[in-house]
Every structure is written in C-alpha cells, then in structure tokens.
Design a protein around this ligand. Structure first.
Ligand SMILES: *[C@@H]1O[C@H](CO)[C@@H](O)[C@H](O)[C@H]1NC(C)=O
Ligand SMILES: *[C@@H]1O[C@H](CO)[C@@H](O)[C@H](O)[C@H]1NC(C)=O
Ligand SMILES: *[C@@H]1O[C@H](CO)[C@@H](O)[C@H](O)[C@H]1NC(C)=O
Length: 296
C-alpha cells in the first residue's frame, strides 16, 4: 500500500465513522400554531444543521374539540401545505418535517390527555391517522406535546410509547421528540424511562422554568439533564415570550459548554413570532451551533 492509498484508506474510515455516529447539530422550530400565514421558505436554514420544522399541531379532536379516540387531524396554519413541505425539503436536503401532537388548546378549548377506553384501539387509530398524515405532508417524525394530564395515573406513557415504537418499526417516521415542561415532568419521565430508545430529542420548554439569567439557565439544564438524557436534551428559547430573553440566551449556551454540556441543538418556539424580527434567534442559534467545536 502506498502512502497515498493508506491516506485514502484512513480518510474513508473517518468518513465512515462520521456517517455512523454523527447526526449533526439540530434545530427544532415550531411553526404554524398561531394561525398567522407563516411560510417555511422564509425561515433561514443553514447547511450543516439538521433543521426540523415542527408543524403545530396535530390534534386528536374534531374542530369543536371533541376527542376522536386517536384519530388525529392537522390544525396548523393552512399556508403550510403538503406542496410547501415537499418544496422546502427538495431545496434543503437537511430539512426534516415533524408534527407535534396536541399542544395546549384548540380555539378556546384546553386540550388534555385522556385515558382511552380501549388502549389498543387508540394506538391503532393514532397509527393509521398519523401514517396518512405523514404520507400526505411528507413528515419524518412526530413530537409529543401533551400539556395537561388527569390527576390520577393514566395510560399516556404506554399509548404514546407504543405508538412511537410502531411508527418507527413500520418506517413511517425516523424521528421522535418529546416536549415536557415543569408541570408535566412525571408522565414524560415515565415515557422516557420506558421508551427512551425510540426518543431522539427532548424539546424541554426551559422558558416555563422562569429562569432569566445564564447562570440559572445552566442550573435548570443540569436538573433536566438528570431527569432525561443530557445528550438528547436541547436548550430552548421562546421568541417574545417567557424565560431568558435576548442575547443572554447565547451567553447561556456558551456557559453550558463551559460547564461541559455539549449543546447539540436548539429548540425555538416559534417561527410565527420570529417573522417580525427577521428570524434573529434562528440565525444566531445556527451560527452558534456551527461555531461550536463540541461534537455530538
Ligand atoms: C420491527 O419489529 C419486528 C418484530 O419485533 C422486528 O423483527 C423488526 O426488526 C423491527 N423493524 C424495525 C425496522 O425496527
Ligand atoms: C403510574 O403507575 C405506575 C405503576 O403503578 C408507576 O410506576 C408510575 O410512576 C405512575 N406514573 C405517573 C405518571 O404517576
Ligand atoms: C461565530 O463565529 C464568528 C466568527 O468567529 C463570530 O463573529 C460570531 O459572533 C460567532 N457567533 C456566535 C453566535 O457565537
């Protein structure tokens, strides 16, 4: 083997390794929840980042808010058509599309997890309705954003865990994420403990923890990293919202890295609000992730 051949051999080995183990840095962007006519192509997407648009929301309810036993329908802004998703994915091969299940409310009706009478039927209905939606809208995954739970034990972890497992097993989806906040920690920990293998990222809503300073943000991150998996946990930012605001967020990201927490991605809520400031936080977050030398 000549030196050159040896070099090529080693290079292919490195490329092979990086393809195997490097998912890359990720962005998670909720879009379409407020009904404003938001557009995918208006959001800046950098090469070198796996950019997930999370169409918000897919809801197990009719337009009046009556539950449908696991039959999910799309309720995001009607500017986010299947054609737009297809076009965005075609022009940006690093874009993935997800839909988030539930969210806080539909119209003025607060949504909550309910225990299905027949869990197998619920899982089967959810599987078929989400499979059709995934095919129609070119979806790569689902996010779980149930925000209200019954007081007593429920079948949430079982139904959602089995649903994700089935959707992945049948290759309907390749990505699954969860979006707990401080009041919903218990059911999401139960889900993560039993089905963590099929959950790729945790879009924890740090803005609900009311931390406004970089140092307290790192403390909050440490707590949630102990409850979930620090490699899968993403720092998050609410545009024009609660919690840490402005460039202090990027100071918090730097401080996380100084404290040994690799920042593997950023979640932003939401594109609907960001259109008014020319997507400042999306641009700067991707800049940060591309600058960061800490590898995933
Ligand atoms: C789906 O599940 C079956 C049965 O457990 C298993 O043999 C198969 O490898 C799984 N397929 C995928 C893609 O996970
Ligand atoms: C539900 O009950 C099971 C078993 O009784 C328990 O392990 C689990 O932690 C409970 N889940 C929640 C969210 O309270
Ligand atoms: C990324 O690096 C460039 C060049 O060093 C720097 O100007 C910029 O501020 C950095 N961006 C962030 C968000 O850290």
């Amino acid at each position: 083997m000549s030196m050159f051949q040896l070099f090529l051999f080693q290079l292919s080995g490195i490329l092979f390794l990086s393809q195997q183990f490097c998912y890359g840095k990720v962005m998670m962007e909720y879009i379409g929840a407020t009904g404003v006519p938001v557009k995918l192509e208006a959001v800046p997407v950098e090469e070198g980042i796996v950019f997930h648009f999370i169409l918000s929301f897919a809801i197990d309810a009719d337009p009046s808010g009556n539950t449908q036993n696991g039959k999910f329908s799309p309720y995001w802004a009607d500017t986010l058509t299947p054609e737009c998703v297809a076009a965005m994915k075609k022009s940006h091969p690093n874009v993935k599309a997800l839909t988030s299940l539930s969210g806080w409310s539909l119209g003025d009706k607060v949504l909550r997890w309910y225990t299905p009478d027949d869990t197998q039927q619920w899982i089967s209905n959810a599987f078929s309705s989400l499979s059709s939606m995934a095919q129609q809208y070119h979806l790569d995954g689902i996010d779980i954003d149930y925000e209200n739970f019954p007081r007593h034990n429920s079948s949430f972890a079982y139904c959602i865990g089995e649903l994700i497992t089935l959707l992945k097993n049948q290759s309907v989806i390749s990505v699954a994420t969860i979006a707990p906040y401080h009041k919903t920690i218990a059911p999401y920990i139960e889900l993560f403990e039993n089905y963590g293998d099929v959950i790729d990222f945790v879009n924890y809503q740090f803005y609900t923890d009311k931390v406004r300073k970089p140092k307290s943000y790192v403390e909050a991150f440490k707590i949630r990293a102990g409850q979930f998996d620090k490699e899968k946990l993403l720092p998050s930012y609410e545009v024009n919202g609660r919690g840490i605001q402005g460039d202090a967020f990027f100071d918090a990201l730097s401080l996380l890295e100084e404290n040994g927490f690799g920042v593997n991605g950023v979640m932003i809520f939401s594109a609907d609000a960001s259109s008014s400031n020319d997507y400042y936080y999306e641009r700067k977050s991707q800049d940060f992730l591309l600058n960061s030398t800490v590898s995933v």
